[in-house]
Design a protein around this ligand. Structure first.
Ligand code: SAH
Length: 349
């Protein structure tokens, strides 16, 4: 088992102490911090002495995620990475290129235990949480590999971020550090299936990321049939937490709603959703409509683009903001979870 300290998970003051313990002046910590956050191998940290680099190799655990597979969309330049972690586990990240900048979608756990019926990431359960450095490493390695500056992050990859709370918070603080990638909290979205205590804790954390909540149904009974988390937290309780988040941070909450044919895509569903948000939130919020990305094992079917737009129009007519999410990287199957699934299957797991 690895016993050396995981230095990329350290804050700058923590790294300062570590560097001092190796007999180096504390200012070296800033240099090291900034190299690591750019995904630089130790041998390429050119302003650090050879002796210090050798000490680091011996005394520290610094291993970046390794690109196992990489697919680039010919349609829009979206890049999907399958990263191998130190123990052979793997996760996915997707780098999306928008006019206003590059955004990366990162994973927070290897697998997921939330059990949402339509989702590929949860089929084999959760294996383990990712460390702060493993989440940060996805951003750093993708930035280095693509040679692009990354402006925004969405925590919408594999895993439930609020089920790995402490590591995710530490990652958010690290990625926002001005000596590192310096990505502002306003450019980060965290997506959750609706872990109520986690939302409340996050609201009080003082890191105003955009909160995205996966809703997928307006009615609690129906929501239970799609998302097991609804058995634990009633949708009314969930919306109270979202309202608290808005009041505390001033950030507009967005709701994700994946359209599944014959399940949650009727005009009654649209009306129910608009009414729920009016009643439960009563403050401005946004609905992101996602057309289900079909996963063979689930047997669930997607809707056509026309129905998705009809649903959107109905929400708007009822006074609820909504947009159908653009699909980037449709030629490389850019949604998360499927690549890890097929890789593990090939490995005979
Ligand atoms: N666990 C978090 C974040 C990961 S999923 C959450 O539940 O929000 C990111 C988003 O993708 C969620 O809204 C999720 O419901 C949605 N999603 C997962 N699988 C999907 C699929 N096959 N098709 C469409 N959306 C999917």
């Amino acid at each position: 088992m690895e016993t050396r300290p995981d230095i990329m998970s350290m804050t700058l003051p923590e790294l300062g102490d570590f560097v001092k313990s190796l007999g180096e002046p504390a200012f070296r910590a800033k240099q090291l911090f900034s190299w690591m956050h750019k995904g630089t191998p130790i041998d390429e940290m050119t302003n650090l002495s050879k002796t210090f680099r050798e000490k680091l190799k011996a005394e520290a655990d610094y291993r970046l995620p390794v690109i196992e597979k990489k697919f680039t969309s010919k349609l829009d330049g979206t890049v999907k990475y399958l990263f191998a972690l130190n123990d052979g586990e793997c996760v996915e990240s997707v780098l999306m290129k928008y006019e206003h900048g590059n955004t990366i979608c990162v994973s927070s756990q290897a697998g997921c235990r939330m059990g949402c019926k339509f989702c590929a990431s949860t089929l084999a359960g959760r294996v383990r949480d990712l460390t702060p450095s493993e989440i940060l490493g996805q951003v750093a390695v993708a930035a280095r590999d693509s040679g692009e500056r990354i402006h925004g992050i969405v925590m919408m990859g594999i895993g439930e971020p609020l089920d790995n709370y402490d590591n995710v918070i530490k990652f958010l603080r690290l990625v926002g550090d001005e000596m590192g990638l310096c990505i502002g909290m306003r450019h980060i979205s965290l997506s959750t299936c609706g872990i109520v205590p986690g939302i409340i804790r996050l609201a009080d954390e003082g890191i105003p990321v955009t909160l995205s909540v996966s809703l997928h149904a307006y009615d609690n009974e129906k929501r239970k049939t799609i998302m097991p988390i609804a058995r634990k937290y009633h949708v009314d309780e969930l919306l109270s937490a979202c309202k608290y988040y808005f009041n505390k941070t001033g950030r507009r909450v967005s709701f994700e709603y994946t359209l599944i044919s014959g399940k949650n895509d009727s005009m009654e569903d649209a009306a129910g959703l608009a009414a729920l948000l009016k009643r439960g939130m009563g403050v401005p919020c946004h609905v992101n409509l996602i057309m289900l990305n079909e996963v063979d094992e689930t047997g669930l079917q997607t809707v056509d683009r026309k129905s998705a737009h009809r649903f959107e129009e109905e929400l708007k007519r009822l006074g609820q903001n909504a947009t159908v999410r653009r699909r980037l990287g449709s030629d490389i199957d850019a949604s998360c979870g499927q690549l890890r699934l097929s890789r593990n299957r090939e490995a005979g797991e």
